[in-house]
Design a protein around this ligand. Structure first.
Ligand code: HEC
Length: 208
C-alpha cells in the first residue's frame, strides 16, 4: 500500500538536483564554456586589440584614432604637440638646440635626405623635384629657403620648425623626422642663410 508513495516522493526530491547536475555537466562538459560570452566570463586573453590605423571611436580618441592623455596631463619626454598650440605660440618657439658643429653636421645629413629633393642643396628652391621659377622639376613654386631669394631669413625658429612638423601649403609634413633632428635641420637652414655665426656673435655681444 505504501510502496507507491515511497517510490514517488524520493523522485520528487531528486528531480531539482538532477536538473542542476545536468545543467552543470552541460555547462562544464563542453570544454569551451569560457568562449560562450566575453561579457559573462571575461578572460585576460580576450583583449581589445587596436590594429594600426584603426579608429577606436573612444571618446578620448582624436581624429587619428589615438588616445589623448587626460586634460592637464604633462607627458614626460613626449613630443610637443604643435597642433595644440596657437599660431602665436608656435611662432614664439625657440630652438633648444645650440648650433654646435655636431648639430650642424647632423642637420646637413638630415637636410640632404629630407629637404634637398625640393629645396635644393643650398636651399635655392632648385632641388630635383623643385619646379619653376627656381628649379626644373615638377613641383612648381618651391620656396627658396637659402641663398639670394631665401624666404627663411626672416622666419622665426618656431615657424620653420612648425613648417617641418605640420607641413605648409603644398609642403608635406615631416613629423616623422625625430624632433632633435628637426632642430638640427633648422640650425643647418640658418647656416645656409649665413645666420649661424651672426646669431652667436650677436648673442656673445649681448652678454656683458
Ligand atoms: C615635397 C617638396 C618639399 C620638401 C621635401 C620640403 N619642402 Fe619646404 N616647401 C615646399 C613648398 C612647395 C613650399 C611652399 C609652401 C607653400 O606656401 O605653398 C615650402 C616652403 C618651405 C618653407 C617656407 C615656409 C613659409 O612659411 O614661408 C620652409 C621654411 C621650408 N619649406 C622648409 C623645409 C625643410 C626644412 C624641409 C626638410 C625637412 C622641407 N622644407 C622639405 C616643398 C617642400
Amino acid at each position: 500500500m505504501s510502496t507507491p508513495e515511497r517510490s514517488g516522493s524520493p523522485r520528487l526530491v531528486l528531480a531539482p538536483q538532477r536538473l542542476l547536475l545536468g545543467a552543470l555537466v552541460m555547462l562544464f562538459g563542453t570544454g569551451c564554456w569560457e568562449q560562450w560570452s566575453e561579457t559573462w566570463w571575461p578572460q585576460m586573453k580576450f583583449q581589445k586589440a587596436v590594429q594600426a590605423f584603426e579608429q577606436t571611436g573612444h571618446p578620448g580618441a582624436d581624429a587619428t584614432g589615438g588616445f589623448m592623455p587626460p586634460e592637464g596631463a604633462v607627458p614626460v619626454g613626449a613630443p610637443l604637440d604643435l597642433r595644440a598650440l596657437s599660431v602665436a605660440e608656435t611662432e614664439a618657439l625657440v630652438s633648444p638646440q645650440p648650433a654646435s658643429l655636431a648639430s650642424l653636421e647632423n642637420g646637413k645629413v638630415q637636410y640632404e635626405i629630407f629637404c634637398l629633393p625640393c629645396h635644393g642643396p643650398q636651399g635655392g628652391g632648385d632641388g630635383p623635384i623643385g619646379g619653376p621659377p627656381f628649379g626644373t622639376g615638377p613641383l612648381i613654386g618651391v620656396l627658396p629657403i637659402g641663398g639670394q631669394f631665401s624666404a627663411a631669413k626672416g622666419l622665426t625658429d618656431g615657424h620653420i620648425f612648425t613648417t617641418m612638423t605640420l607641413g605648409r601649403g603644398r609642403m608635406p609634413s615631416y613629423r616623422r623626422i625625430p624632433a632633435e633632428d628637426r632642430w638640427d635641420i633648422l640650425n643647418y637652414v640658418r647656416y645656409l642663410n649665413g645666420q649661424v655665426g651672426a646669431e652667436s656673435a650677436s648673442a656673445e655681444g649681448a652678454t656683458p
